[in-house]
Write a protein that binds this ligand. Structure first.
Ligand SMILES: Cc1cc2nc3c(=O)[nH]c(=O)nc-3n(C[C@H](O)[C@H](O)[C@H](O)COP(=O)(O)OP(=O)(O)OC[C@H]3O[C@@H](n4cnc5c(N)ncnc54)[C@H](O)[C@@H]3O)c2cc1C
Length: 388
């Protein structure tokens, strides 16, 4: 029987960051991850899964001493963010207006996870159990008991950081409010004719946005949102035909490019009806998923773990029962509304732009034009998106 204070299920970006935040306490922590990330080699092609990391997430990663390692592997700052629908309705966000060097960074998810795992290895009170799957998860009087093959583990607090289809959430019988968006996202990893770019852009079409996220060197990630049928058809094409489709359907500013890799993802909004139960807590995608059109998913997850770690550490310092529902409710109260607000804001974008009704088209293009002139308003939007 192995006894821990906290067991985190899921060693992705959010679960690993939480382990790093909590590692500075004397709490005994285990993190269970079914798949170890492939080690980094700078000759590797860019991964398909990348995230736009906001200023507040960057600060959290700096605070836990992993940002330098992320930068030493690879990341790409973006200084400008441009979005538009019709010509003449361009809305440009510029980091200089915020007196900042960048609006955020595009980083491969695996690079973030690897930097976090390296940091975790500095702490003797955190054990990583990788390549393991949980056979049984049982609520007991003192917390939870987990069965992993021959091993039995017990903890006072079980944390579900196991992503959108969270097993922890299901076994704990926590319901979700969920619906599928009528769009899928196709990710297309490309090499471009341009050297490293410092702008991320997104053009809205009635069938969904089409975007470019710059990556280190002359690399970039294209995101094509469209109906599930259209994305399926695109995914089944030979790459030469897909390239022609991209040329025909993306803005000209893309320039010459070669496709390296593709993948597609259904888009679902989910929100757990509770983030906490007795001796149990959910964070990141296990608690909420959001339309990725503004790249906020993992940024919300990192805000969750910042808040949860503060609640636990504060109670632990005061020698309170930090695993108690009465204490953990402070985390749920703070984070649930914030996440709901961001989910709803993304849905407003999704619903407003995903149609070709002429009056709406006129109204949203006028709104973009007005927003471009409205410096104070733009700064507030930028601050919100950057998590400041
Ligand atoms: C197309 C697309 C684009 C996106 N772009 C952005 C973006 O630009 N910016 C942004 O902020 N967000 C973005 N997101 C969202 C972002 O990817 C997620 O919010 C983020 O990955 C959530 O991290 P997580 O650690 O909570 O979950 P996950 O990344 O899903 O990690 C969960 C981990 O738990 C492990 N696991 C699962 N079940 C078990 C189990 N039973 N036992 C052990 N381990 C388990 C998994 O192997 C995994 O490592 C995007 C999402 C999509 C679909």
């Amino acid at each position: 029987m192995q006894q821990y204070d906290i067991i985190i299920v899921g060693g992705g970006m959010v679960g690993s960051a939480l382990a790093c935040k909590l590692a500075v306490t004397s709490l005994k922590i285990a993190i269970i991850e079914r798949q170890s990330p492939t080690p980094f080699d700078n000759q590797q092609p860019m991964d398909l899964r990348v995230s736009a990391i906001s200023a507040s997430s960057q600060q959290l990663l700096k605070d836990i001493n992993v940002w330098d390692e992320i930068e030493a592997m690879r990341s790409c700052p973006y200084r400008y963010l441009e979005t538009w629908e019709g010509e003449g309705s361009h809305l440009l966000f510029d980091s200089h207006e915020m007196q900042r060097d960048s609006l955020g960074h595009i980083v491969e998810n695996r690079v973030i996870q690897l930097a976090l795992w390296n940091r975790i290895s500095d702490f003797t009170n955190v054990t990583v159990l990788s390549g393991q799957s949980i056979e049984q998860m049982t609520s007991i009087e003192s917390g939870y008991q987990l069965q992993l093959g021959e091993q039995t583990l017990e903890c006072k607090l079980l944390i579900g950081a196991d992503g959108a289809n969270s097993m922890v959430r299901t076994v704990a019988n926590i319901g979700v409010t969920a619906w599928d968006y009528q769009q899928h996202a196709m990710l297309i990893s490309i090499t471009t004719e341009y050297s490293q770019q410092d702008i991320t852009w997104q053009k809205f079409y009635p069938s969904g946005p089409r975007a470019l996220l710059p990556l280190k060197g002359n690399n970039a990630s294209l995101v094509w949102y469209d109906s599930p049928q259209r994305i399926k058809a695109l995914s089944n094409m030979p790459l030469s035909q897909l390239k022609q489709e991209v040329i025909n359907n993306f803005p000209d500013r893309l320039g010459e490019f070669d496709i390296n890799n593709i993948g597609s993802f259904p888009l679902t909004r989910r929100h757990a009806q509770q983030y906490i139960k007795t001796n149990l807590c959910l964070v990141g995608d296990a608690a909420h998923t959001i339309n990725p059109l503004a790249g906020q998913g993992v940024n919300l997850g990192l805000k969750d773990i910042g808040c949860l770690a503060d609640v636990i550490c504060h109670a632990n310092d005061k020698q309170e029962a930090w695993w108690d529902k009465e204490i953990l409710i402070r985390y749920e109260k703070k984070r649930r509304n914030d996440n709901l607000l961001m989910q709803s804001a993304m849905d407003v974008f999704y619903l407003t732009f995903s149609n070709d009704l002429s009056p709406l088209q006129f109204a949203r293009n006028s709104a973009l034009k007005i927003a471009q002139q409205f410096t104070w308003g733009k700064k507030q939007v930028m601050k919100y998106a950057m998590g400041l």
